[in-house]
Design a binder for this molecule. Structure first.
Ligand code: DX5
Ligand code: ZN
Length: 233
């Protein structure tokens, strides 16, 4: 299934609640929450108390993208704050396997994010434990950056890998995605689309609709080729 996750990094923080209600009403599938610590990435955003507060106003799934060093320290807190999916960066985590296990232990979905320069082979021995692989299509830290072209090949290679191994792993893309290039990432095999500035700049309702109309073109699913069972060929 194709899903739209709205990054609230581009929301108006003075009206965060209202902005979240607007995009929830517009029909986004997930609220993507970028937590940054000023160490793993240069920016500092928000943390657990903010997530607890916004959890009270919407039932929309919370997709928490942790751009923090040593995320294993805070998994339980983000679960308690209301995360439905927790994604950690392979680069920020010495004990990746045990941190994934920790997320799974708490019964929420587990994701691993990869910076643009990080090769897919870091996932070799953990891929089967994941619900989501987040392919960063910009360098993490800021909204409104330009999509890194080479990431299209990375998405394709990841989709092939997931398919070859017969896994049911979502491929999420994050950074510089707009209605102009979203078809390219869907055709490459992505099925969770994060969009921040291209939703919050302008009319949210109209922008969400534009993404959703494009999803309709694909029948709201990943292209047929990716649903072929490669083991039977
Ligand atoms: C960047 C964040 C993204 C960011 C995307 O480090 O992980 O989620 O908000 O913003 P846009 O869609 O504007 O590139
Ligand atoms: Zn993000």
């Amino acid at each position: 299934m194709l899903k739209l996750a709205t990054s609230i990094l581009s929301a108006d923080f003075a009206r965060l609640g209202e902005d979240i209600l607007k995009v929830s009403a517009a029909g986004v599938d997930m609220i993507h929450i970028d937590v940054m610590d000023g160490l793993f990435v240069p920016s500092i955003t928000f943390g657990i108390p903010v997530i607890e507060s916004i959890r009270k106003i919407t039932n929309c799934a919370f997709d928490v993208h942790l751009m923090i060093q040593d995320p294993e320290r805070y998994i339980k807190d983000f679960v308690n704050a209301g995360a439905d999916c927790i994604t950690i960066h392979a680069e920020s985590c010495v004990h990746l396997d045990s941190t994934i296990e920790k997320i799974r232990y708490f019964g929420v979905k587990a994701g691993v994010a990869l910076n643009p320069s990080t090769p897919l082979h870091v996932l070799e021995y953990v891929l089967h434990k994941l619900d989501v692989v987040l392919v960063m299509t910009v360098n993490p830290g800021f909204a409104g950056q330009i999509y890194i072209k080479e990431m299209t090949r990375k998405i394709k290679e990841l989709r092939e890998l997931v398919q070859k191994r017969g896994l049911d792993v979502n491929i999420e893309v994050d950074g510089g995605i707009s209605p102009k290039n979203v078809r390219e990432v869907i055709l490459a095999g992505a099925n969770i689309i994060v969009a921040g500035s291209s939703i919050f700049n302008g009319n949210e309702m109209k922008n969400v609709k534009e993404f959703k109309n494009i999803f309709e073109e694909f029948g709201n699913d990943v292209p047929v080729d990716f649903r072929v069972d490669w083991n039977t060929i």
